[in-house]
Design a protein. Structure first.
Length: 452
């Protein structure tokens, strides 16, 4: 009997322990999830509060510690205050973020994401430190009285050449680099770390190192849209040789293949304003790609031919794209460019047909409204042109081009009073009121000049 009682007590204790453990896990998860949502919405105070609560419930959870560090990163990098650190210096805020991130690494040293966040923490403090330094210098400069005129410059022959620019590394950079290298060692196939390194080196004037990293990154995965560094046109143009080399090399990887590599190469050549080469790449791609990609390639070729003024050459490839695509959205834009091609050839009636088809498929297309309005005007249909500009303004009230084109159309046809009304609406909705004011001034002068 006594044994049964002890067994029962043991089971009750085990159930209680499991229940407590479950409650702890649930509460920690709820707070961490709420913190992640708050962090995504840039509500840093709420995020830090939730992550702190999650850490109290589950002190051994590594991601929670790293997320606490991320809140500090966002605050430091963007100069945002945190209620919990009111009255504290940047160094103290940084110390908290660093402690949280390094504790997360201690709890799970194999987490590459945590190591990468260690680098982010140092870089956020670097940004905050440099911003404070700039503000301090600006304040000091405002207090300095005007000094005596500077002595005249020495003759050019006597001027010593400036020292060659070298790497612009800050005191935080060596630790940041070590953290990224650790992350790469743990996840060598993840392209993002090398992307970050490439931009890191580029921003510091280390072009050779940047070229090495972006080549390695694109060799692993060539999809342009997943490489944030390529969003910078300066970066893209400055490193175009290793970028294109990496994309071409990726074709040898069985997990990538030639089609995906050619798609990426064509996109990059377009952005680099190398249209003839892009056309050649898309032509090779359509020969080996599946039908959907082949239709997209024809569309790209057609657009590029138009950009080169070769409107007639664009027609057969665009027609083939329209015939073969099963993507309604792509078909709508093929119709748009067929309209542009016929317009370039002076066939405004045919151009208008294709542009009407485009607007049937995309009824709120601003480009469609404006392009069809131009064709209707060329055909002498002023009322239809005006109706299309009205549709552009109504459907896109914050876009300046609709107002500008509407106002110009009304002025051209002697409708200055109506043009003034649209200019006033433009002033109300424009982020640049000065432009709207200038338009109003011109229209008022027109009205005064026409007054009897």
């Amino acid at each position: 009997m006594k044994g049964h009682v002890l067994l029962a007590l043991g089971l009750v204790a085990a159930v209680a322990a499991n229940t407590a453990s479950g409650v702890i896990s649930i509460m920690a998860f709820r707070h961490r999830h709420a913190g992640e949502l708050a962090l995504a919405n840039a509500d840093l105070d709420a995020a830090l509060g939730h992550f702190t609560s999650a850490h109290r419930w589950h002190p051994g959870d590594s991601p929670t510690c790293v997320l606490m560090g991320r809140v500090i990163q966002q605050a430091l990098a963007n100069g945002l205050p945190l209620e919990a650190f009111e009255g504290h210096q940047q160094k103290e805020v940084f110390a908290f973020g660093l402690a949280a991130t390094t504790h997360g690494i201690e709890l799970n040293p194999a987490d590459a994401w945590a190591w990468f966040n260690l680098m982010d923490t140092y870089q956020a403090f670097r940004a905050a430190r440099e911003r404070l330094s700039i503000m301090r210098k600006a304040g000091e400069a405002a207090l300095v009285r005007p000094s005596a005129p500077a002595p005249p410059a020495r003759p050019e022959a006597d001027v010593e050449p400036a020292p060659a620019a070298g790497p612009r590394l800050s005191v935080e950079d060596p630790v940041s680099l070590a953290a990224v290298f650790q992350a790469i060692e743990m996840e060598p196939e993840f392209h993002f770390y090398r992307d970050y390194l490439a931009k890191f080196y580029w921003d510091r004037g280390m072009k050779t190192e940047a070229a090495r990293e972006i080549l390695a990154s694109l060799t692993r995965w060539p999809r342009v849209e997943v490489h944030p560094a390529l969003e910078s046109q300066e970066f893209l143009e400055g490193l175009q040789a290793p970028i294109l080399e990496g994309v071409r090399a990726s074709a040898l990887d069985p997990s990538v293949g030639p089609a995906l590599a050619l798609q990426a190469e064509g996109m990059l050549l377009e952005r680099l304003n190398r249209p003839e080469e892009a056309i050649a790449v898309y032509t090779r791609l359509r020969e080996i790609a599946e039908p959907a990609v082949a239709a997209q390639s024809d569309f790209n070729i057609g657009k590029l031919e138009i950009s080169l003024g070769r409107h007639r050459e664009s027609l057969p490839v665009l027609a083939r794209a329209l015939e073969t695509t099963k993507d309604d959205y792509l078909a709508a834009w093929v119709s748009y460019y067929l309209g542009k091609a016929h317009s370039g050839l002076g066939d405004h009636a045919r151009a208008a047909e294709y542009l009407r088809r485009h607007l049937q498929q995309l009824p709120k297309s601003l480009s469609g409204f404006l392009a069809l309005a131009a064709e209707e005007e060329a055909l002498g249909n002023s009322a239809a042109t005006e109706a299309l500009y009205i549709s552009a303004v109504v459907n896109h009230p914050s876009e300046r081009i609709g107002y500008v084109m509407m106002i110009e159309h009304l002025r051209k046809h002697g409708k200055q009073k109506q043009a003034v009304a649209y200019a006033e609406a433009f002033r109300k909705n424009s982020p640049d009121p000065a432009e709207a004011e200038e338009l109003l001034r011109i229209l008022q002068e027109d009205l005064e000049a026409r007054a009897p």
